[in-house]
Design a protein around this ligand. Sequence first.
Ligand SMILES: Cc1cc2nc3c(=O)[nH]c(=O)nc-3n(C[C@H](O)[C@H](O)[C@H](O)COP(=O)(O)OP(=O)(O)OC[C@H]3O[C@@H](n4cnc5c(N)ncnc54)[C@H](O)[C@@H]3O)c2cc1C
Length: 385
Amino acid sequence: MGGEPQRHRKGRGDPLTEVVVIGGGIAGASAAAHLAPHAPVTLLEMERSLAYHTTGRSAALFVANYGGEGSRPLAHASLPFLEQPPEGSTDVPLLSDRGALWVAAADQLGHLEEVAAEGERSGAGSSLVDRDEALRLVPKLSPRHVEAGLYEPSARDIDVAALHQAFVRIARSHGAQIHLSSPVTGINRLNQGWRVSTPDDQIDCRFVVNASGAWGDLVASMAGIEPLGLLPMRRTAFMVPGDQAYSGWPMVVDVDHRFYFRPDGVQLLCSLAEEIPDEPGDVGPEMEDVALAIERINQATTLDIRTVSSQWTGLRTFAPDRDLVIGEEPTAPGFFWLVGQGGTGIMTSPAYGTLLANQVLGDSLPPGLAEAGVDPKTTDPARFR
Ligand SMILES: Cc1cc2nc3c(=O)[nH]c(=O)nc-3n(C[C@H](O)[C@H](O)[C@H](O)COP(=O)(O)OP(=O)(O)OC[C@H]3O[C@@H](n4cnc5c(N)ncnc54)[C@H](O)[C@@H]3O)c2cc1C
């Protein structure tokens, strides 16, 4: 299909839309919040509510010593927004103190040193601690299992619902249109833009932002764009009964990512930290993953977990090199990727929204991102072409 972008309206689409954002998770919401002050934006979400998929299923942590080369500076650059959200965007703090403690058994000490070195490089402010200090921080760790730890006091809990809502508030306050129950079913190139179709609508726009998470390659293929090879990986989290006395503990992570747990109110949020390839969809927990996580946590602690209060599964979606993909598709001008956030898509969201918006608007890299060491080449989709 060809032709100029036009005010084409079959249903309720916004005829003045300049940018269509596909996906209403944290990525799409951040993109909309950062674009809406500068251009008319319509966000399309296929579900009846926003943040229904991976965004609503995370462990909600900010950990500086985590993620790929591209995501670490983005996490760093996100701190100013997370610590001081824009006026009126939220009624509650987005961050609260937590800390993270990587723990190692005797045969894992080599890897603990490696993680400590990575923490040093990313300025995470972490320090190695001996068994006594690890047990002082988390008295329910088993002295028979834990030999040493790496403590990162700067790790924080993120209020994910409030952060997502902050982006939505900012976007709406600048006139962004957000349409629920609007699955994108077609994307066709016009002479100077794109026609995005849903069952009820056709919206012509200049730019498309693909923030559809695990569905990223499927959405791109609607526009005739070659897939990146995105890999959605299942990860289950579950809650077990805890105790008020645990509420000040840091998050505990096995240094080889064989399990983690952290206090959440009076419960403990636990996970096997597994990565199991899956298809885009509404995934659910596998009992074996929960059972294995409980077994490993019980080995490493004296918690003696026996019951599970609730459980859920989300898809952490990775690009082939496990780094984010942010920017214009080289083979399709006007089509922007914002995918591959893997396990860091919440804590990096303010900065990747800024970067994406700057790229769509053709602006230069903002000083805040440059100072944090963000290099757009690391996350450029052109690296796969
Ligand atoms: C167990 C677990 C723990 C995690 N812990 C952390 C953590 O501690 N810290 C952290 O930073 N990150 C964490 N993450 C990762 C983080 O949750 C993700 O990186 C992030 O949520 C990805 O956001 P997204 O918007 O890309 O994806 P999603 O939230 O999945 O949003 C994509 C949206 O696109 C929509 N969509 C798809 N196709 C279409 C279509 N055709 N038309 C319209 N809409 C469409 C979907 O319905 C969906 O709402 C964790 C993830 C899991 C599963």
